[in-house]
Design a protein around this ligand. Structure first.
Ligand code: FES
Length: 106
C-alpha cells in the first residue's frame, strides 16, 4: 500500500529526523508513522518469532504493529508519537532488548 502526501511538503515548516541514520524531512504535525509512510517506508519492525515484516495498520494506537525504537527507547508506537527534529528512529527487529532486564545500559 502506498501513502502519498495530499499537499507537498512545505519547506518553511518542515524539519528533519533520522531513520536508520538517513535524514528524512517531515512536516510540522506529522507523527513518526506519517513521516515514514510518506517517505515510502512501510516496514517498521520484524516479529520476534518468524521475522515477518510488519508495518502500521490501525494508525490510532491500538494494534502495536508500528513499534519502532526512538532515541534508543524500543517499543514506541510510531503512529502515536509526534515527529520531532533530530529524533533517531530505527526499525525494531527480534525481541525487545530490555536494557534494564539485562542489567546493562544498551
Ligand atoms: S499502527 Fe496500530 S498502534 Fe500504531
Amino acid at each position: 500500500m502506498a501513502f502519498i502526501r495530499l499537499d507537498p511538503l512545505p519547506c518553511e515548516s518542515s524539519a528533519e529526523l533520522f531513520f536508520e541514520d538517513r535524514p528524512m524531512r517531515f512536516a510540522q504535525g506529522d507523527t513518526v508513522a506519517g513521516a515514514l509512510l510518506a517517505a515510502g517506508i512501510d516496514t517498521f519492525r520484524q516479529t520476534p518469532v518468524t521475522g515477518a515484516e510488519r508495518g502500521p495498520w490501525c494508525l490510532m494506537g491500538v494494534c502495536f504493529e508500528c513499534l519502532v525504537s526512538i532515541d534508543g527507547v524500543e517499543n514506541q508506537r510510531a503512529c502515536m508519537t509526534p515527529a520531532r527534529p533530530g529524533m533517531q528512529v530505527r526499525r525494531q527487529t527480534g525481541s525487545r532488548h530490555d536494557a534494564a532486564a539485562a542489567g546493562g545500559d544498551a
